[in-house]
Design a protein around this ligand. Structure first.
Ligand code: GLA
Length: 744
């Protein structure tokens, strides 16, 4: 059983294949956290120690027992006001203005399957979202269970249900919280961290993925020291700057060994992750909604959901931790027809034309692309309203027939005539001041009364917390999708949110608007998913500004970065790989010199890097040389040939492109072990170069593997312990690939 409850000791034990999570209700009714780590048996309560510690308060009910303090005890859902002075997971403002809560154990329930959250994305257990093409069920789907633990505060009437989903075969435990107000007065929620982990001791590092537009998810590993380290986003999106995925790793943990814990927020809005080493050298890490700008009035009878956090523990280092998330998100979070199916190889016109195109030019790009084997054309920004630059047109989701030289259906029919599917770009959450929509409904944009708004890319944000706004935009966009039988949508979001103010909400509701905005976004996406079940949606926010597990529930792939340079992309995709599967990454071959950084790399390198994702092109293929055309044709064939091992295989990082490695290398091993693919790119070039050796991973030590292109035979153990020499490739930014088949 994944979940055990021992009633006498009030002990909860959650088991996955390789981890155990344990908590207990103590004699005073507090829910204490006992353990999370490698799989163990029996009660871990013996780990708790009690001492009379100065300035660590004692709850009233313990009477004279000065050794009992919540300031020192590990807890599941620590609240403000209990004498625990570490950063709490839950803070409220009561009807009388006070900030205290005391949540004590009430009851529990264990059910088969995994809970879901109304209006919010969550990992799921079942066949939901699976279709004939994507109907893969992993053996890891078995034995999934849910635990609900109900806590209550007698004074303010709050009921908090802690939700735990256990996915044993994937080593994943999810957490979320439902808060209900069963009292008589409104209670304002000020901070809700859906998951909080207390560790009694240990030297840990925090690994997090910071960045900026066009340079997302850089790797940073820093020791957890006394004091708090906080990362998060106040931007209304999960953001380019910090990823809502963090790792707490034992300081000795490496790619292949050592204990590490992942926390991935299944939410796309502002978030906060905190890690704190306290006075007793205990470590607390938590993740949840950003508490700045959050002040949610929970009226009597109302309920609120704190979004899900997917936790995972690996004692086999960071590589295994990543693979746990890859499988879980690929099979139990992404949905729709393309969930696990091959996605069409696409050509996107953005870097080929920007705003400056006609229907004829788009057709010509499609024509050349189809001759080379591309399967879908994506018409990017500029096809609607009056949109010839990024100063106007957002919000007017009707086709600019003048620019296209005819209707969109005419164009798409011609493109389909070439044998291509058709996809289109939208940015539903935005409005340009120079648009019909804004002229008609200026109050639909986020603007604080009496103030001039902050612009971003010269645009304003629509108030998606309002139903009528979401409905209006949905109707317009859905009409275009239907009329032109659109098969793919690139959903963009190109600024950080500011001036959060809902014109129809009262004063007391403004602190709920950011959260409700995200619910509005999810509602829109869910409707698209339900009403256009065959549609493939790619998420995007100026590239990877909203690359999070929440979006993956609606969009099985996300444009990873606006930076299409192969070398920068190696780093961006490396950082992304810690928490997200290759199948979530949108990745294209673009022109050189690269438009973002001016770098020149061979087309073979650009192809190899883009193949470690959802492959496509973003340039005018009419403008490349005949030799390059031959290469493009070959790349598409190659991608199809390797798709299975890349997308369904296990992913291994072999070198860090942030270190001083001469080459970046990664590899894939087919799920059944029958083949492996090593990909590498040289990062440096030197005179009289030394040989770089790359050690492989994930192979069977006893087996032999054959490189079919040379006929050379290698032993698995040999490849893993001694590696292979990287051939001298004659310079920097050169690609190399080794495709191995296991001998029967
Ligand atoms: C964002 C996207 C780009 C492109 C432009 C269009 O920056 O990330 O890929 O679609 O918008 O305006």
């Amino acid at each position: 059983m994944a979940i055990e409850y021992q009633e006498k000791e009030r002990l909860f034990t959650l088991h996955t294949a390789n981890s155990t999570y344990q908590m207990k209700v103590d004699s005073y009714g507090y829910l204490l956290h006992l353990y999370y780590g490698s799989r163990v048996k029996g009660s871990m309560e013996y780990l708790l120690t009690y001492a009379d510690r100065g300035f660590s308060g004692n709850p009233y009910e313990v009477r004279d027992d000065r050794k009992y303090s919540l300031d020192a005890l590990p807890q599941e859902f620590p609240c403000q006001g209990t004498g625990d002075y570490r950063s709490p997971a839950f803070v409220v403002r009561n009807g009388n203005g006070s900030y205290s809560t005391k949540l004590l154990y009430d009851s529990c329930r264990i059910t088969e399957g995994k809970y879901s959250l109304p209006g919010l994305p969550a990992v799921y257990d079942t066949e939901e979202g699976e279709t004939a093409e994507g109907g893969l069920r992993t053996p890891a789907s078995d034995g999934i269970q849910t635990l609900e633990i109900v806590l209550r505060d007698e004074v303010n009437g709050l009921k908090a249900t802690l939700l735990y989903g256990v996915l044993p075969g994937l080593d994943i435990i999810t957490r979320a919280v439902k808060v209900e107000n069963e009292g008589t007065e409104t209670v304002n929620l000020l901070k809700v961290q859906s998951a909080c982990l207390d560790f009694l001791y240990g030297d840990y590092d925090l690994i997090q993925f910071y960045g900026r537009h066009a340079m997302e998810r850089n790797f940073q590993r820093t020791p957890v020291a006394h004091g708090a380290q906080m990362i998060g986003s106040r931007r209304g999106t999960s953001s380019h700057q910090y990823s809502p995925f963090v790792i707490l790793a034992e300081q000795s943990a490496t790619e292949d060994q050592g204990g590490c814990y992942g926390l991935s927020f299944v939410y796309s809005g502002a978030f906060k992750a905190e890690v704190e080493k306290d006075q007793y050298n205990q470590v607390r890490i938590s993740m949840g909604l950003q508490d700045e700008l959050f002040d949610y009035p929970l009226k009597p009878g109302d309920s609120f959901y704190g979004p899900e956090v997917a936790l995972s523990y690996s004692k086999e280092g960071l590589g295994k931790l990543s693979r746990n998330y890859h499988k879980t998100f690929r099979y139990h979070l992404c949905r729709g027809r393309y969930k696990t199916a091959p996605r069409p190889v696409l050509i996107n016109n953005w870097e080929a034309t920007y705003f400056d195109f006609t229907g004829e030019q788009i057709y010509n790009i499609a024509k050349q692309a189809s001759e080379l084997g591309v399967e879908m054309l994506v018409l990017d920004d500029g096809w609607f309203g009056v949109r010839n630059s990024d100063y106007s047109g957002l919000g007017d989701w009707f086709v600019n027939e003048k620019k296209l030289g005819g209707s969109l259906s005419d164009l798409t029919e011609r493109i389909r005539g070439l044998g291509l599917k058709f996809g289109i770009w939208v940015e539903p959450e935005m409005v340009s001041e120079d648009s019909d929509l804004y002229r008609e409904h200026p109050e639909w944009a986020f603007v604080v009364p009496g103030r001039k708004p902050v612009r971003g890319r010269s645009q304003l944000v629509l108030d998606f917390s309002r139903r009528e706004v979401v409905d209006h935009i949905y109707r317009q966009i859905s009409k275009v999708l239907k009329e032109a039988s659109v098969e793919y949508v690139k959903w963009d979001m190109n600024r950080s949110i500011a001036d959060v103010y809902c014109a129809t909400a009262g004063r007391e509701d403004q602190g709920a608007v950011m959260y409700r905005y995200i619910l509005g976004l999810y509602e829109f996406l869910e409707r698209l998913h339900q009403e256009h079940p065959d549609l493939l949606i790619e998420g995007c926010s100026g590239g990877g500004g909203r690359f999070d597990a929440g979006m993956l529930y609606y969009t099985p792939q996300i444009w990873c970065s606006d930076n299409t340079d192969a070398i920068d992309r190696i780093r961006i995709q490396y950082g992304t790989s810690f928490g997200f599967p290759v199948s979530a990454v949108g990745s294209h071959v673009s022109a050189v010199p690269n438009h973002q950084n001016g770098r020149i790399t061979p087309i073979e390198t650009r192809g190899l890097v883009a193949m470690a994702g959802n492959f496509g092109y973003e340039l005018d293929l009419n403008k490349i040389t005949e030799e390059e055309k031959v290469c493009v044709r070959e790349q598409i064939r190659e991608f199809r040939r390797l798709w299975n091992v890349i997308h369904n295989g296990d992913y291994y990082r072999l070198t860090s492109p942030f270190g001083d490695s001469e080459a970046a290398a990664w590899m894939f091993v087919a799920e059944d072990g029958s083949e492996a693919l090593l990909q590498a790119v040289t990062l440096e070039a030197h005179g009289n170069p030394l040989t770089t050796y790359i050690r492989l991973k994930g192979l069977e030590p006893e087996a032999f593997y054959v490189d079919e292109s040379t006929g050379r035979r290698y032993n698995g153990a040999g490849l893993m312990s001694a590696g292979v020499p990287l051939p001298q490739l004659g310079g920097e930014y050169r690609p190399w690939q080794l495709h191995l088949k296991k001998e029967e």
